[in-house]
Design a protein around this ligand. Structure first.
Ligand code: NDP
Ligand code: HEM
Length: 500
């Protein structure tokens, strides 16, 4: 039998006992000098960090991205530089609204985050399983999230708040339609697509810019649960996704996605009937076909979930040369928000944690001290601690700058109030649904909207009416008949068993 390693203090000294408190006499009391007892209890008290303010419940894995098609006409990003090139990736999928203990198979949008550890630094693709979003102005995000979280008095989630807000933001109907459709409850993270959702940009080595959208299409097929199945699952396990994902990877059934981009030449923006930087809109495939790029395979469970997944800090601000932002103002709000959340949630030097530290490029910066400065980047010369300096300290490289972007217009606060074009894409989506899909859409709405007041219901029906009269009528009928159903459910079915 191999000898077990010696237990030590965090300062490396051997520990005498990990079970018995040092006491004055057999019956106590405890001696304050039993420092290891204090240390053990103190550490336990610090085991939790703030959960993510949104997307708190998640599941993650490690894997590889392989380039299968040449897109160097669009980008000079090193990770896409040649067919066959592989890059390590960290992924995290999540629900949006639930807390970190929420059940996995709840109806919600799913987050789809990827960190590519490229040779030119980390590129984070922080998207969702939907190609669009509920709102298009960062000002509205905190209010939107408030409607998804708990009511301040009841401490319960509030359908009234959700539909009240959405009814006042009709551009949300596109995303709400997806949320209430079959895709609102994926069978697992492996059975859903991922989308960058925003418009981003790419530029090639000649300095030509394209606007791009990112798509990751599941090779496992899109599979979803109905409300009824999901309720049964939650009754037996709240951790369905974690179980499915973890076991699939342990068994060697590695989930895969095919990556595509849609690309729009810079000068074409503005020629569409919709704003190509509006996050509530897709780019129709007919206009901007999918261009295949590569394959993502997630093939390793992290050795320590907390270290790699809870500590992971994904941020849309993490881009690499050849990939850039777009004028989408929601995107700009996110570029600020994530790194700020990480400094609060993980600490000043969160980028040096194992999940976030670049694996394939060297870190050279002049950020210095602060809590948890557990890395060195003194560049071999302690005098090089400011910039510019006469020593061999690192210097910026102008050659990686993105090509200039012409911006014009007056600085102002431009409303993007409801416009007819907001209803075009949701209408197309609704018309794509089969009759069975539409019936399930109506029933899902009924389950979600049932508790809402009549005034909120009527306001939402008015939004649906503008998408399609059949859509509004279908939802209204389902909500009305749900009310009847509820009243006719025999009371005995829900009667608790008395303790006698
Ligand atoms: P297309 O017919 O070319 O594309 C339709 C796309 O819709 C499909 O490729 C699929 O995208 C997606 N889709 C299919 N079934 C569903 C469903 N039940 N729920 C949600 N999405 C579904 O037409 P368009 O490109 O003009 O898009 C039509 C509508 O489809 C859009 O208005 C939008 O609502 C929706 N859509 C469009 C996407 C796009 O990037 N153009 C992406 C996803 C949805 P996928 O394979 O990515 O799942
Ligand atoms: C998580 C802010 C819109 C996808 C987060 C977090 C914040 C945030 C603060 C927690 C970060 C952390 O603690 O690690 C915002 C703001 C938005 C916005 C301010 C709008 C202005 C979006 C959109 C998408 C998205 C449009 C998808 C297209 C995600 C995902 C996560 C996340 C996937 C979880 C990341 C992870 O797995 O760690 N968001 N968000 N968010 N957000 Fe957003």
């Amino acid at each position: 039998m191999t000898k077990k390693p010696q237990l030590t203090t965090s300062a490396g000294a051997p520990v005498v006992s990990n079970e018995t408190t040092k006491t004055a006499g057999e019956r106590g009391p405890a001696l304050l000098q039993d420092y290891q007892l204090i240390e053990k209890l103190a550490h336990q008290n610090r085991e939790r960090i703030p959960e993510r303010v949104v997307h708190a419940k998640g599941w993650g894995a490690q894997g590889t991205f392989t380039v299968t098609h040449d897109i160097t006409d669009y980008t000079c990003a090193d990770l896409f530089s040649e067919v066959g090139k592989q890059t390590e990736v960290l992924s995290r999928w999540s629900t949006v609204a639930g807390e970190s203990g929420a059940a996995d198979t709840e109806r919600d949008v799913r987050g789809f985050s990827l960190k590519f550890y490229t040779q030119q630094g980390n590129w984070d693709m922080v998207g969702n399983n939907t190609p669009i979003f509920f709102i298009r102005d960062g000002y509205k995000f905190p209010d939107f999230i408030r409607t998804q979280k708990r009511h301040p008095k009841t401490n319960l989630r509030s359908p009234e708040a959700m539909f009240d807000f959405w009814a006042a933001q009709p551009e949300s109907v596109h995303q709400v339609t997806i949320l209430m459709s079959d895709r609102g409850i994926p069978v697992s993270p492996m059975h859903m697509n991922g989308y960058g959702s925003h418009t981003f940009s790419m530029w090639n080595k000649e300095g030509k810019r394209h606007w791009v959208k990112f798509h990751f299409k599941t090779q496992q097929g899109i599979k979803n649960y109905t409300n009824e199945t999901s309720e049964k699952i939650i009754g037996s396990t709240r951790e369905k996704y974690q179980e499915e994902l973890y076991n699939a990877i342990e068994e060697g059934n590695f989930p895969k996605w095919t990556m595509y981009i849609q690309a729009m030449p810079e000068e074409e923006a503005g020629q569409q009937s919709y704003n190509p930087f509006d996050l509530t809109k897709v780019w129709p495939h007919d206009d901007y076909p999918l261009i295949e790029v590569g394959e993502l395979e997630m093939n390793k469970n992290p050795e320590n979930y907390f270290q790699m997944i809870e500590n992971a800090a994904f941020s849309p601000s993490n881009v690499v040369p050849g990939i850039g932002f777009s004028p989408d103002k929601m995107l700009q709000a996110r570029i600020f928000s994530y790194a700020d959340a990480h400094r609060y949630r993980l600490g000043t030097h969160y980028e040096a944690l194992p999940a976030n530290a670049p694996k394939n490029s060297k870190v050279n910066h002049y950020h210095k001290d602060g809590a948890m400065r557990f890395f060195t980047n003194d560049f071999g010369n302690p005098d090089a601690y400011y910039e510019p300096n006469q020593y061999e300290g690192p210097v910026a490289d102008f050659s990686v700058k993105e090509p200039p972007l012409r911006i014009d217009g007056d600085a102002d606060r431009y409303h993007q109030d409801e416009v007819d074009v907001d209803y075009v894409q949701p209408r197309k989506l609704y018309e794509m649904f089969s009759d069975e899909q539409k019936e399930r859409l109506y029933k899902n709405y009924a389950a979600a909207m049932g508790p809402c007041s009549d005034s909120v219901k009527e306001r939402w029906y008015a939004v649906l009416e503008k998408v399609h009269p059949d859509y509004a009528a279908g939802v209204k009928n389902a909500v009305d008949s749900l009310d009847t159903d509820v009243n006719t459910v025999p009371i005995t079915e829900n009667t608790p068993i008395e303790d006698n």
